[in-house]
Ligand binder design. Structure first.
Ligand code: NAP
Ligand code: HSE
Length: 428
């Protein structure tokens, strides 16, 4: 039999333990498919004595993940600790420096340091694979780098944070406020230790930046992702959007435009009949559009022990079989620095505001929109009170800049109460 592929696993939490379970449970199947055994040699975590529900007695223990990364008896370093600095970065760099291949689930590390790590890996003839870092169990990195490698990719978009999709769908289905569902999700342990990573769109932004680099052959640039979280989405907007045939999703969109690379992660309205509109709970969905393939939709679990470990092991299997693909689908030094598009391409917008109910109020708002060059597609009033009339407007395509200009000019009309809400409507 050919030599085994020897693994060192740094991190024995949700994902690390999932990887151990797959290697132990499916050992024969892995060996048959890879043509060689896959063996865990050494592991590392913080607390050595913690009961993790798996038998680790056959593996060497390292307190320091950097020492693990440098061991001569491992071929692949699996980084499933998390964090974009500190031990995760140090150990990944150490593994690469000693010529090891790396499999990582760490989107934060790769979104921020991916270019430097990819260059270092190539200099050493090592590979870095990161399927588990994007959309959990969905093999989207593989789809983009391999299956769709012959396409000019025109757009990548999707729902890439299960916690946010859980919050938004639960708000809608149970009629609860954002704060109520946030507290519930936090108590259930659905949110990251720092929940802002989820609800602020940061985690999903990391994932989008990684897909964008592969899709457009550009250096990963998380700093250029326009980020807006879901904290300001209200149950009222969810209901009004639903009434007009839309759902609100934290949607990531990456596309190359004549004005540069557009990357944004923000709440958007999508048609409720679309696959994205119908996505419920913690599930993820990624839509990829290419010149030859047209459109594909990938849907599946975006997190959790089994799905994420499945993705880690998919990468391990590729390495065991001898498949060596560049980190972002092409040699790291050939990746271009993308010019970031300063504004998103025009789209229709949903606009909700409270008008003071007096003659001519609606006309003043319509005039302000007209002055900013914005045309109205649909408009309606709802839940009229004695003094205020909530109004919903769907605009024709416009830019966010024009819309912000119009909203700023509402103050002078004296008829708009409070802050209007504006949400982009994405064609999906
Ligand atoms: P987790 O449950 O919090 O586990 C983290 C593990 O790393 C723990 O075993 C911890 O040790 C260990 N660790 C932390 N700091 C360490 C250090 N300085 N030295 C050695 N070990 C250290 O995290 P997770 O959910 O498995 O996530 C791991 C990675 O996968 C993260 O990058 C995350 O973003 C990514 N990911 C997770 C999911 C998911 O569904 N959970 C999905 C996709 C991607 P102790 O156990 O001893 O504390
Ligand atoms: N916090 C992430 C999510 C975990 O909710 O999707 C998987 O990356």
């Amino acid at each position: 039999m050919t030599s085994p592929l020897r693994l060192g696993i740094a991190g024995l939490g949700t994902v690390g333990v999932g990887v151990v379970r797959i290697v132990q449970k499916n050992a024969e199947l892995l060996a048959a498919r890879a043509g060689r055994p896959i063996e865990i040699v050494a592991v590392s975590a913080r607390a050595r004595d913690k009961d993790r529900g798996v038998d680790l007695s056959a593996y060497a223990w390292e307190d320091d993940p950097v020492t693990l990364a440098r061991r001569d008896d491992i071929d692949v370093f699996i980084e499933v600790m998390g964090g974009h600095e500190g031990p995760a970065k140090d150990a990944t760099e150490a593994a690469i420096a000693s010529g090891k291949d790396v499999v990582s689930a760490n989107k934060a590390l790769l979104a921020i340091h991916g270019q430097a790590l990819a260059e270092a890996a190539e200099d050493k003839g090592a590979v870095i694979r990161f399927e588990a870092a994007v959309a959990g169990g969905i093999p989207v990195v593989k789809a983009l780098t391999e299956g769709l490698a012959a396409n000019e990719i025109t757009r990548v978009m999707g729902v890439m944070n299960g916690s946010c999709n859980y919050i938004l769908t639960r708000m809608e289905n149970a009629g609860l406020t954002y704060q109520q569902v946030f507290d519930e999700a936090n108590a259930l342990g659905y949110l990251e230790a720092d929940p802002e990573l989820d609800v602020g769109g940061i985690d999903a932004g990391h994932k989008l930046a990684l897909l964008s680099a592969i899709a457009f052959g550009t250096q990963v640039d998380f700093g250029a992702v326009e980020l807006e979280g879901i904290g300001s989405v209200t149950i009222e907007d969810i209901r009004q959007a639903a009434d007009m045939g839309f759902k609100i999703k934290l949607l990531g969109v990456a596309q190359m435009t004549g004005r540069g690379l557009e990357q944004r992660m923000s709440p958007c309205l999508v048609p409720d009949t679309s696959p994205l509109g119908q996505l419920q709970g913690g599930t993820n969905m990624v839509v990829i559009e290419g010149d030859a393939v047209t459109q594909i939709v990938l849907r599946g679990p975006g997190a959790g022990e089994g799905p994420t470990a499945s993705a880690v092991m998919g990468d391990v299997m590729d390495i065991a079989r001898g498949l060596r693909v560049s980190t972002f689908g092409q040699p790291a030094r050939k990746l271009r620095k993308a010019r970031a598009a300063r504004a998103a391409i025009p789209a229709p917008y949903y606009l909700r505001m409270h008008l003071i109910d007096k003659p001519g109020a609606l006309a003043k708002v319509a005039h302000a929109l007209g002055e900013a060059g914005i045309s109205i597609d649909r408009m309606r009033q709802y839940d009229h009170s004695a003094t205020e009339a909530p109004v919903l407007i769907v605009t024709h395509k416009t830019t966010r800049t024009a819309l912000d200009e119009a909203i700023a000019s509402f103050a002078a009309t004296g008829v708009v109460a409070g802050e209007p809400v504006a949400i982009r409507i994405e064609a999906v």
